[in-house]
Write a protein that binds this ligand. Structure first.
Ligand SMILES: *[C@@H]1O[C@H](CO)[C@@H](O)[C@H](O)[C@H]1NC(C)=O
Ligand SMILES: *[C@@H]1O[C@H](CO)[C@@H](O)[C@H](O)[C@H]1NC(C)=O
Ligand SMILES: *[C@@H]1O[C@H](CO)[C@@H](O)[C@H](O)[C@H]1NC(C)=O
Ligand SMILES: *[C@@H]1O[C@H](CO)[C@@H](O)[C@H](O)[C@H]1NC(C)=O
Length: 354
C-alpha cells in the first residue's frame, strides 16, 4: 500500500476510533493489565502464559512525563492517557496550572509559552529527580502531540544499562562546537536514570555548556549540557532503520526527497530513502500526532491484523549492548553537512565506564 493510500485508510477509520477511545477510557486499569496475560485451561488446570513483552516489564520500568499547557489539558491529554500513555509504568503531566479534573497534572508556575521551554524542561527534570528517581529506570519525555509504542521502547531500553548516562532519541547534528555530539530532537526522547541524576545534580547547577538562563530551544540546550557527559544513542534498529520520527514517516518513505527541507541537513545518521526500508518494524515514537490520530495509531497497532498472512515470527529478547559498543556508536562521524569534527571526550564517572 503506498503512502497516500495509507493516509486515506487513516482518515477512513477516524470515526471508528472514537468508539475504541470510549471503550478504553471506561475500562478499569486492572482489567487492562489482565488482558496482557493469556489464560490457558487444560485438564482443569489454569496456567498464565506471559508474553515476551510481559517479561521485560519488570526490568525496564518506564516513567513517562508529558509537557503541556493549560489550553491542552482537555483537548490533548485525555487522548494520550487513554491510548499509549496508559502503558507507561508511571506518568506525570507537567503544565503551568493544576487541574481539578486531572490529579496527574503537576504545575510548574509562571513558565507558560515557548520562551520558557528551557526552564520548564529543567524544573520538570528536577521535580522527577526530587520525587521519583527511584520509581523507574528510564524517563521518557513526550510532548503533548507524541505517540509512543511502549512495548517497542522497552525492547530498545532493555539493551542498555540505566546505571550509565544514556540519552536516546532521534539524533540531529548542529554546526556549533558546544554541540558537536549533536542533540536529540524535541518531540520524544529518553534519559537513563543515571543521565537524569547527573543532569540535575551536576550539569544543571555547574555544567560548562549548560545554560543557566531561560531559553526557547530545550532540545538544543539538553544537547549542550550532555555534550561529553552522556552516550548519545540514535534510535535505529539492528538494520539501521529509523525508530523515532520527529517529522513523520512519509518523508523517509517518499520516492522523492525534497532536498530544500531543513531536516535533511540535521539528520545525524542517514537511513534508506524511498521505500519502507527507511523505517523499523519496531517503531518507537512519532511526533505531531493530533488527538484523533492517537486513536488511529492505537487501532492500527493493537487491533488490525491482515487476515491469513501472519508470518511465523520468531521474536526473542534482545542481547544487552556493552557500554564500549554504546560509546563507539555514540562517537561515530556524521555525514550531515552541519557536523563539526572534534576531539572525542567523555566525562563519565568511574562506575559508568565498564
Ligand atoms: C530560569 O531559571 C533560572 C535558573 O534557575 C532562574 O535564575 C531564572 O530566574 C528563571 N527564569 C524564569 C523566567 O523563570
Ligand atoms: C513526497 O513527494 C512529492 C513529490 O513527488 C511531494 O510533492 C510531497 O510533498 C512529498 N511528501 C513528503 C511528506 O515529503
Ligand atoms: C544544507 O547545508 C548545505 C551545506 O552547509 C547548505 O548549502 C544548504 O543551503 C543547506 N540546506 C538547507 C535546506 O538548509
Ligand atoms: C515457525 O518457525 C520455527 C523456526 O523457524 C519452526 O520450528 C516452526 O515449526 C514454525 N511454526 C510454524 C507453525 O510454521
Amino acid at each position: 500500500m503506498n503512502v497516500s493510500k495509507l493516509n486515506e485508510f487513516f482518515l477512513f477509520f477516524v470515526g471508528l476510533n472514537f468508539g475504541i477511545y470510549l471503550y478504553f477510557t471506561f475500562l478499569p486499569v486492572h482489567k487492562r493489565f489482565l488482558k496482557s496475560k493469556q489464560i490457558k485451561i487444560s485438564n482443569n488446570e489454569v496456567t498464565f502464559e506471559t508474553t515476551l513483552a510481559d517479561q521485560l516489564i519488570e526490568s525496564v520500568r518506564i516513567f513517562c512525563y508529558i509537557l503541556t499547557h493549560p489550553e491542552n489539558h482537555k483537548i490533548k491529554i485525555p487522548h494520550m492517557k487513554s491510548t499509549w500513555a496508559k502503558r507507561c509504568d508511571k506518568l506525570i503531566i507537567f503544565s503551568t496550572e493544576f487541574d481539578i479534573n486531572d490529579p496527574d497534572i503537576v504545575a510548574l508556575s509562571n513558565l507558560n509559552g515557548r520562551d520558557h521551554l528551557w526552564n520548564k524542561t529543567k524544573y520538570a527534570m528536577k521535580y522527577l529527580y526530587d520525587h521519583h528517581i527511584n520509581d523507574a529506570d528510564w524517563f521518557v519525555r513526550a510532548d503533548d502531540d507524541n505517540y509512543f509504542l511502549i512495548e517497542n521502547l522497552r525492547h530498545k531500553l532493555f539493551q542498555y544499562d540505566s546505571r550509565k548516562s544514556i540519552f536516546i532519541g532521534n539524533r540531529y547534528a548542529f554546526p556549533d562546537d558546544r554541540l558537536n555530539e549533536g542533540y536529540m530532537a524535541g518531540g520524544g526522547h529518553v534519559f537513563s536514570k543515571k543521565a537524569l541524576t547527573k543532569f540535575v545534580t551536576k550539569l544543571m547547577p555547574n555544567g560548562i555548556n549548560c545554560m543557566v538562563e531561560d531559553a526557547t530551544y530545550e532540545d538544543v540546550n539538553l544537547g549542550m549540557c550532555f555534550k561529553t557527559h552522556a552516550a548519545f544513542v540514535d534510535a535505529l534498529d539492528s538494520k539501521n532503520q529509523k525508530q523515532m520520527f520527529p517529522v513523520g514517516i512519509q518523508i523517509h518513505a517518499n520516492k522523492t526527497k525534497d532536498v530544500n527541507y531543513w531536516y535533511w541537513n540535521y539528520t545525524y545518521t542517514e537511513v534508506a530513502q524511498g521505500s519502507l526500508d527507511c523505517c523499523s518494524d519496531l517503531f518507537i515514537s512519532k511526533h505531531y500526532v493530533e488527538p484523533e490520530e492517537q486513536h488511529l495509531l492505537e487501532y492500527l497497532v493493537y487491533h488490525v491484523h491482515p487476515f491469513g498472512i501472519l508470518k511465523n515470527f520468531t521474536e526473542k529478547i534482545p542481547e544487552k549492548v556493552k557500554m564500549e559498543e554504546v560509546l563507539k556508536k555514540s562517537d561515530i562521524i556524521s555525514n550531515s553537512p552541519q557536523f563539526v569534527p572534534h576531539e572525542i571526550e567523555h566525562n563519565f564517572d568511574e562506575d559508568e565506564k565498564i
